[in-house]
Design a protein around this ligand. Structure first.
Ligand SMILES: [Fe+2]
Length: 384
């Protein structure tokens, strides 16, 4: 996140001795995204963060690709995935390429029996339904319906849910997730024409600093494998940090839509960017105000990206029979547009209450076997 933040206690000068009150020293860690030149923070640990006791069995979680579905538009009935107690097991990858994995999840219970770290991807967790607290080594973030939780690679976390009916959309990106560069000035500050500003981002509030020794299981995801590391010290043992790299939350309800006299293209909905994808927020807004304007989107050939839409709430104006939790894929190379009757329905409408998240992936996405199990048969023929 390109703004400076600070939490807890840190020494006056970086890379200098930082003593504990009872004697002994704190241990400094540079925590960055892209080597020593990307966004980074300096963390101060009570215990060295390197105390591996044992490496246990690893688990292959490589998504299984379905053959023969290329270039076919898909509708996945997202709420048909099973609700599962365990957080990691609840995550069902449905689409993936070399840059990202898109999963749906319905975890029923909190993640408390182990810690999780994604070591190879930034995670964006969109909370469709759910209330709780993301607990991380860098502090805690409360969340509710409509929140994006952005968790940079390497952050160790747990999740407390206050609810049992939780619905998540999870994007893992092998390249870091940022806000769109066209909304930022040379210094990284969001400019006046951006649909959000720094005030809309929630940073970690409360540090849990646990000075405990014992057995602490961290499940570490790296390149389609879950590695299980048993550490000798509690991973939440940071007394303070400062810098530019930290988890944060942004509510889709704080996205201020950009509207126009005639139809505005999807980039106006953009919320996040990465090298391999963009994430956009379609929010309730006034429609175009040209007297002859057509509020429904025109047909378009997205020749450079596979377009994924996740439907959150409201009537989605361009689609017939779409339900909450559905996810559609419109692959690169095949023109798509409003369903029959949708364009006509949109004429004269003043506003929309649609709420959806779009992911445009720049490399072709593969469908998984789990996705095929919740796919609507023959969705690709639904424009006839
Ligand atoms: Fe589209």
């Amino acid at each position: 996140m390109p703004f400076y933040s600070k939490l807890g206690h840190i020494p006056q000068k970086r890379h200098t001795v930082f003593k504990k009150n009872d004697g002994g020293y704190h241990y400094e860690q540079l925590f960055g995204t892209e080597g020593f030149s990307g966004l980074a923070s300096l963390l101060y640990h009570v215990n060295r963060p390197t105390q591996v006791k044992e490496i246990l069995e690893s688990i292959n979680v490589k998504p299984e690709r379905v053959q023969g579905e290329g270039l076919k538009s898909q509708r996945l009935k997202g709420f048909d995935i099973p609700a599962i107690n365990d957080y990691l097991e609840s995550r069902v990858p449905v689409l993936f390429n070399q840059d990202c994995t898109i999963s749906l999840a319905s975890p029923k219970t909190s993640l408390v029996s182990y810690f999780f770290k994604n070591a190879a991807a930034d995670e964006v967790i969109f909370i469709h339904r759910g209330l709780g607290t993301l607990r991380t080594m860098m502090g805690n973030l409360s969340f509710s319906n409509g929140d994006y939780l952005i968790i940079p690679r390497g952050v160790i976390y747990q999740i407390d849910f206050e609810t049992e009916d939780n619905r998540l959309l999870v994007v893992e990106s092998s390249e870091p997730i940022y806000t769109p560069s066209r909304y930022r000035n040379n210094f990284g500050q969001l400019m006046e024409h951006a649909p959000f500003c720094e005030r809309d981002f929630r940073v970690p509030k409360r540090l849990e600093c646990v000075d405990e020794r014992g057995d602490f299981l961290i499940k570490i995801k790296s390149h389609n494998t879950i590695h299980q590391f048993n550490y000798a010290t509690h991973p939440f043992n940071i007394v303070g940090w400062d810098g530019y790299n930290f988890p944060y939350a942004f509510s889709i309800h704080d996205f201020e839509p950009i509207t126009g006299r005639v139809h505005m293209p999807p980039p106006i909905h953009q919320t996040f960017q990465s090298k391999g994808l963009v994430i956009c927020s379609f929010c309730p807004r006034l429609y175009d105000y040209h007297p002859q304007g057509v509020p429904a989107p025109y047909h378009h050939s997205n020749l450079n990206s596979d377009e994924v839409l996740y439907y959150v709430a409201g009537d989605f104006m361009s689609r017939n029979q779409i339900q909450q939790g559905d996810l559609t894929l419109h692959p690169s190379g095949i023109p798509h547009g409003p369903h029959p009757g949708a364009m006509e329905r949109s004429l004269g409408q003043k506003e929309t209450h649609e709420l959806a998240v779009m992911i445009d992936a720049f490399k072709p996405l593969s469908l998984t076997r789990d996705a095929l199990a919740i796919a609507q048969k023959d969705y690709y023929k639904s424009w006839i």
